[in-house]
Design a protein around this ligand. Structure first.
Ligand code: NAD
Length: 299
């Protein structure tokens, strides 16, 4: 038997259609829609392609979108002043500063300078703290973990009481998704184990997982024999493992041996086309959420 494929590409379509309807409703009610600024510093090719995709998605949804490109040598002071300008702009509900930043700029200072009310990436310490407290306190969840949780829920996987094993403890994926799945509430209530490079016997932990979330950045790390029969497997890893000679495009692979894992898992995400498309989708969802909040609270 082959696992059901959890398609991020398909879920993105569904969620963007839901958001599009919300934007129409918002414009009817308030006379304006969500406003997002994307700040790109320098000309890192990967950052350019991420920002281009974010801008395109926002425009397609009918957002008011500003792409604010800055030169590589912008000073930290000037970048912080720019962020402050958008913090005070009533037409902007989400501020996104594309990371990584050039070495002379302190990323933590930039993340902290964004108003927590407009931090649609969910990286501000205030929003991470609220995420840990949980319940009504939660404001913006970081986008990749939010996408992972959305995929688990929309795929119909039971999370309450489930054994969740998360491979990886990064601040942007492993740590937040571990906290989120262990929270009280729908789409969570799981028993969570977070494993990492110092974990002894990784395999034995993975084998217990009803839901296995892998975010290590190591191609083929998780072997098919580590997967419990019928488990839901979310492969977050995006690894460049070669180049397609015909197209010149990178060949991507996840952290799980996908072809073999499919024969054991109940549900599984592919790479590409799995978690990847969900991250930008959740950024859009956070921006719509912020716009509802700001417009509803405008004097
Ligand atoms: P990271 O490098 O910051 O952290 C990797 C984590 O995995 C570390 O905590 C480390 O302890 C753990 N790890 C690494 N090798 C291990 C091993 N052999 N055994 C056990 N644990 C191990 O990575 P990150 O930023 O969380 O990203 C992880 C992967 O997810 C990368 O491939 C990245 O490209 C991908 N990613 C994808 C998206 C997306 O939108 N699809 C978003 C973020 C990250």
């Amino acid at each position: 038997m082959s696992a059901e494929i959890i398609s991020g590409t398909q879920m993105r379509k569904e969620i963007l259609a839901e958001l599009e309807r919300e934007v129409v409703e918002m414009k009817e009610k308030y006379g304006k829609g969500p406003g997002l600024v994307t700040i790109l510093v320098g000309e890192n090719p990967a950052s350019i392609s991420y920002v281009t995709l974010k801008v395109k998605t926002a425009l397609n949804l009918g957002f008011h979108e500003i792409q604010d490109n800055q030169a590589e040598d912008i000073s930290e002071e000037d970048l912080l002043a720019l962020i402050e300008k958008y913090n005070n702009d009533p037409d902007i509900h989400g501020i996104l500063v594309q990371l990584p930043l050039p070495k002379h700029i302190n990323e933590d200072a930039v993340i902290t300078a964004i108003s927590p009310d407009k931090d649609v990436d969910g990286f501000h310490p205030v929003n991470l703290g609220k995420m840990v407290i949980g319940g009504d306190q939660v404001r913006y969840l970081p986008c990749t973990p939010a996408g992972i949780q959305e995929m688990i829920v929309r795929s119909g996987t039971e999370t309450s009481g489930a054994e969740v094993v998360v491979v990886g403890r990064s601040n942007i994926v492993g740590k937040p998704i571990s906290v989120m799945m262990g929270q009280k509430g729908p789409g969570a209530n799981s028993t969570v184990t977070m494993v990492h490079t110092r974990t002894q016997d990784l395999a034995s932990h993975c084998k217990r997982a009803d839901i296995l979330i892998v975010a290590a950045g190591v191609p083929g790390l998780v072997k098919p024999e580590w997967i419990k029969k019928g488990a839901t497997v979310i492969d977050v890893g995006v690894n460049r493992v070669g180049v397609n000679e015909e197209t010149g495009k990178a060949i991507l692979s996840g952290d799980v041996d996908y072809e073999e894992a499919r024969k054991v898992a109940g549900k599984i995400t592919p790479v590409p086309g799995g978690v990847g498309p969900m991250t930008i989708t959740m950024l859009m969802k956070n921006t719509v959420k912020s716009a509802w909040w700001h417009l509803g609270n405008a004097k």
